[in-house]
Design a protein around this ligand. Structure first.
Ligand SMILES: [Mg+2]
Length: 378
């Protein structure tokens, strides 16, 4: 750890909308109670005007275990049910409206990976840099439904600690998929876990651990590799158990290395947000840091950094996000030459001395480390 002064020229810090612009006006929402029958039984549920059609389908799945893509919703609206992003308010549903749900619940069958609802890491070209679009972030943060989703995710959140948090440390929230591991050969079983790791992974974690508690946030996605179909016997509930085995094998958990992962979050702590892009509806998952901060009040925007290969994952926290190029094709010469984690080590150690992260912009991290004295080419 160096004692160099922090060098971040103001002129490379772009203007961004301040978090103060986020509305805190939580006027009570208007809810509508609906009744539906499914499989001979009657159910009741409530939807808010700010919910989307997608949220209604999610609520139906929670009640019946019928996956979204299998749901047939009859008699709720005239004609075809509008698209997922449409606001419930726009459906103008009367209180007590009755409808019928048709659909087979999810059993213990092996999932067809082509029908997995969430494939964020594959469709990487749809990423958008939210640090360059503060207005888009602000729109998300000002959406009453999204603020409610943060509250709901906070209430649902159960964290199993792997290692205790330490006093006075900052928090490093680290994506797994294509940030520190090439998930593709890992999930298909084509390579052993240690061969899927980004070069310098353990050294990176050991170097930053004295200053940061480490949280990993993963979305394991299974890819279609036809001759390895039996590997798809994977269910979201067991996602962590599966990954834990891999991380133990890799030495990230339960080894004698000089770092510990404090806790792990998965896809169940994420939710979908809706917006427009190029005039078309666009939706994607987000990782809302606020749910961690609600759970561990010692952490907030002043001492948390979130590293991810997908900028849209930090759409609700653009100032805490640092986007790293995706790591793919493990074991190829290009992948073996990857030095991103070394660069990241220099940056994280450098900013470890900053008392309030809100005063810096991680977006410029590569420019910042170029200004640091040290080994060339690192
Ligand atoms: Mg990722």
């Amino acid at each position: 750890m160096s004692s160099e002064p922090l060098v971040i020229p103001r002129d490379i810090i772009p203007d961004v909308a301040e978090a103060d612009n986020v509305s805190t006006d939580d006027t009570p929402e208007h809810w509508t109670t609906l009744k539906f029958t499914w499989s001979g039984k009657t159910f009741e549920l409530s939807v808010a005007d700010t919910d989307r059609v997608y949220d209604l389908k999610t609520a139906l799945r929670d009640l019946t275990n019928v996956p979204l893509e299998r749901q047939k919703i009859l008699g709720l609206v005239k004609g075809k049910l509008p698209e997922d992003q449409v606001l419930i308010a726009d459906l103008r549903l009367p209180a007590g409206k009755k409808f019928t749900l048709v659909g087979t619940p999810e059993g213990d069958e092996i999932k067809d990976p082509s029908r997995l609802e969430n494939l964020p890491d594959i469709v990487n070209d749809l990423d958008i840099d939210f640090t360059e679009d503060p207005a888009a972030s602000l729109a998300y943060l000002n959406d009453q439904r999204n603020r409610r989703k943060v509250k709901e995710a906070t209430e649902k959140l159960k964290i199993d600690m792997i290692a205790p948090l330490r006093e006075g440390k900052k928090l490093l929230v680290l994506d797994i998929d294509y940030t520190i591991l090439d998930t593709r050969p890992l999930t298909s079983g084509l390579l052993p876990p240690d061969m899927c790791a980004r070069p310098g992974l353990h050294e990176f974690l050991e170097a930053v651990y004295p200053y940061y508690d480490i949280c990993i946030w993963f979305v394991v996605v299974f890819l279609p590799v036809p001759h390895l179909r039996h590997h798809y016997a994977f269910r979201s509930q067991t996602g962590w158990m599966w990954l834990e085995t891999k991380l133990v094998e890799l030495g990230m958990i339960g080894s004698s290395r000089n770092y510990q992962i404090s806790f792990v979050l998965d896809k169940t702590c994420m939710f979908t947000v809706f917006s427009q892009r190029n005039g078309k509806p666009w939706s994607h998952f987000v990782k809302p840091l606020q749910i961690i901060w609600n759970h561990f009040p010692q952490f907030d925007a002043s001492n948390t950094i979130h590293i991810d290969d997908l900028s849209r994952n930090f759409a609700l926290n653009p100032r805490e996000g640092l986007k790293i190029p995706a790591f793919r094709n493990a074991q190829t010469p290009e992948a073996m030459a990857d030095r991103e984690l070394r660069k990241l080590t220099r940056y994280l150690l450098h900013i470890a001395q900053v008392s309030d992260f809100r005063t810096i912009m991680h977006k410029n991290w590569k420019q910042v480390i170029k200004l640091l004295p040290g080994r060339p080419g690192v």
